[in-house]
Design a protein around this ligand. Structure first.
Ligand SMILES: Nc1ncnc2c1ncn2[C@@H]1O[C@H](COP(=O)(O)OP(=O)(O)OP(=O)(O)O)[C@@H](O)[C@H]1O
Ligand SMILES: [Mg+2]
Length: 245
């Protein structure tokens, strides 16, 4: 009877439930529960296992460089990271509402770390996330123009719920790059969210763009409806050792 049930659960694509049922069939604490409670345990197990699989798949697609746990964030006063703001951001209600987050600060202050922790958190809330460094994005866009995959590439980045653009402003954008960047931002504006990470303070961003009119258009879209984190303090990269890292 038991083996038959396991087979049927697998047929119904309830393999997590089947394995729990198989493993706990001999466990007294489980078997002494009433029918409803046992069914609830099995259903919860299936739901949790599917949820975890979905998170892992979203995080893989997001292409994070790091996946820090949100509980490891350092709120030392010298970092200028507001705990209340961070708690609001961790709730992820802003994601997908067209609200943005700008993270600025000197090298090593933990910008990528914080943005990745929030990005991973968004995956936990079932949002589609994509992490990319802006220099890499610009390179990919340029390549896509020569192999006719431009629309496909742009749609990929236009459609995710949360787009994390790291290392923004490392180099000045060309005219074409500025136009592509505006197109991406324009299509997401007020609908989908971005985290933009830069070593430069936001007031210096105008100079990154090729053309002042396009710069105004981009900055207007990025700044409206945006949360801001300006990290301060020493680098978190630690003291150099003889180890090759
Ligand atoms: N809260 C933290 N707890 C532990 N380690 C941290 C924390 N924040 C950052 N780090 C570590 O410090 C190092 C630098 O962090 P990160 O790469 O996020 O800096 P960054 O501001 O993005 O620097 P850059 O501008 O050079 O890209 C990383 O190795 C990261 O793992
Ligand atoms: Mg970084």
């Amino acid at each position: 009877m038991n083996q038959e049930n396991i087979k049927k659960l697998k047929q119904l694509n309830l393999s997590n439930m089947a394995s729990y049922y198989q493993d706990y069939n001999d466990v007294k604490e489980f078997m002494t529960l009433d029918f409803d409670s046992r069914l609830a345990v099995l259903l919860d197990f299936e739901i949790n296992a599917r949820h975890n699989k979905k998170i892992a798949s979203l995080a893989k697609k997001a292409n994070f460089k790091m996946k820090p746990d949100i509980t490891t964030i350092d709120f030392s006063p010298e970092r200028n990271l507001n705990r209340e703001l961070f708690s609001v951001l961790s709730s992820c209600t802003w994601v997908g509402q067209g609200k943005n987050l700008v993270v600025s600060g000197a090298t090593g202050t933990g910008k990528t770390y914080i943005a990745s922790a929030l990005g991973y958190r968004a995956c936990m809330f079932n949002y589609k996330v994509s992490y990319i460094r802006v220099p890499r994005l610009m390179l990919d866009i340029n390549i896509s123009k020569s192999d006719n995959s431009y629309n496909k590439l742009m749609n990929k980045y236009k459609n995710v719920d949360l787009l994390i653009l790291d290392d923004f402003g490392l180099a000045k954008m060309t005219a074409a790059e500025t136009r592509d960047f505006l197109e991406l931002i324009e299509d997401r504006n007020n609908i989908k969210s971005c985290i933009i990470i830069s070593q430069l303070p936001i007031n210096n961003w105008y100079d990154i763009f090729f053309d002042p009119t396009l710069a105004d258009a981009i900055m207007d879209r990025l700044q409206s409806n945006s949360y801001k984190i300006e990290l301060k303090g020493p680098s978190k990269r630690g003291i150099l050792t003889n180890n090759i890292d």
